[in-house]
Write a protein that binds this ligand. Structure first.
Ligand SMILES: *Cc1c(COP(=O)(O)O)cnc(C)c1O
Length: 355
């Protein structure tokens, strides 16, 4: 006798799977340039904090990560009650949508952008509305504003845009916000903020001070190199922040992650030197690509975008044959993370061999 399956929500059945960056097979040494990770291992000071914090894991962590929230508030010059932490900024993004969306509400976002956006919108019960990027891989802000309807509860902006690379400009974001009703949440996802060097780029925190409907998200995964510990945060006005907290998984940031994030903020200057080295490598790679006749959209994160179209999958195979894992988006392009100088040389080598 067969028992009927437990039905899943239609929105869940229809979900595209999140495709993580490929991992090397055991025993094969590959340069992992597929997940925008920081190529450097944790700082010794952060590692010893992690080891010490591990001794307390029989206890639940501080539910609201108070020490971490206070340190983040101090860094950005905002009240502690504006800070919401989560298990990676992906979790914070998810809780923002769960806090503001009812079934059938719309969430507008650029596309192609961070691949979690359509998944998070669907899981929150909302309808994702995708607005195509411009030909040079930037957000089309007038089109995003035009896509906002009475049903729209949130707009997601990604600066710099993953996977294409350009940062949003402050002037275009301000013009956009002037067109969006103040009861629509506008999320500025700044996962790569510390890597941005474009002097005209938006600073989400400055925008947040002027616009109570803005939420800024940041993460310890990229510049700070704590991807494996899962800790990120959002900044929002108190009522919205409380709503996001209410939607959050209880004890969502474990004690080791909280301690490591606090230690990373204490070691911020040292970590930012590494970020500067990654930025220098980004510039070296971009120049070398230009020398090969390969133009990429202005990279402001720790990755470059190759708009390869139909040749994308073939390119990803070519890269693996040359010892490098990249992140292909079939039919569109490949994203290649900036790694160590040696890894970047391997990438440039396979680019020379690609025709
Ligand atoms: C990596 C990334 C995140 C989130 O990473 P977490 O590890 O969940 O903090 C969010 N947004 C974008 C655009 C990213 O690239």
């Amino acid at each position: 006798m067969t028992t009927p399956d437990v039905p899943l929500r239609a929105a869940i059945e229809a979900l595209p799977a999140y495709v993580p960056g490929a991992r090397p097979e055991p025993g094969r040494r590959l340069a992992k340039l597929s997940s925008n990770e920081n190529p450097y291992p944790p700082l010794p000071s952060v590692l010893s904090t992690i080891t010490e914090a591990a001794a307390d894991i029989n206890r639940y962590p501080d539910m609201y990560a108070s020490d971490l929230a206070a340190a983040i508030a101090g860094l950005h010059g905002v009240p502690t009650e504006w800070v919401v932490t989560g298990g990676g900024s992906v979790a914070v993004l998810s809780h923002i949508l769960e806090a503001v969306c009812d079934a059938g509400d719309e969430v507008v976002f650029p596309w192609r952008s961070f691949e979690a956006y359509p998944i998070l919108a669907a899981v929150a019960g909302a309808v994702g509305v995708r607005v195509p990027l411009t030909a040079d891989g930037r957000h089309d802000l007038p089109a995003l504003a035009a896509a906002v309807t009475d049903r729209t509860r949130a707009v997601l902006l990604c600066s710099p845009n993953n996977p294409t690379g350009p940062a949003l400009r402050e002037s275009e974001v301000r013009a956009f916000l002037a067109q969006v009703p103040p009861n629509v949440a506008v999320v500025i996802d700044e996962a790569y903020a510390e890597l941005v060097r474009d002097p005209n780029a938006v600073d989400g925190v400055a925008i947040l001070l002027d616009h109570p409907n803005v939420v800024v998200t940041r993460t310890f995964s990229k510049a700070y190199g704590l991807a494996g510990l899962r800790v990120g945060y959002g900044l929002a006005r108190p009522r919205l922040a409380a709503g996001i907290r209410a939607a959050s998984t209880p004890f969502g940031v474990n004690g080791i992650a909280q301690a490591a994030a606090v230690a990373s903020l204490a070691a911020r200057e040292e970590l930012l030197e590494r970020v500067a080295a990654i930025v220098a490598e980004r510039e070296r790679v971009t120049m070398a690509l230009a020398g090969l006749g390969v133009a990429v959209p202005e990279p402001q994160g720790n990755f470059v975008w190759l708009a390869l179209g139909e040749r994308t999958s073939e390119f990803a195979r070519h890269a693996v044959e040359h010892g490098v894992l990249v992140r292909p988006f079939a039919g569109e392009g490949a994203r290649v993370s900036i790694g160590t100088p040696e890894e970047n040389d391997e990438f440039l080598g396979l680019m020379r061999a690609w025709s």
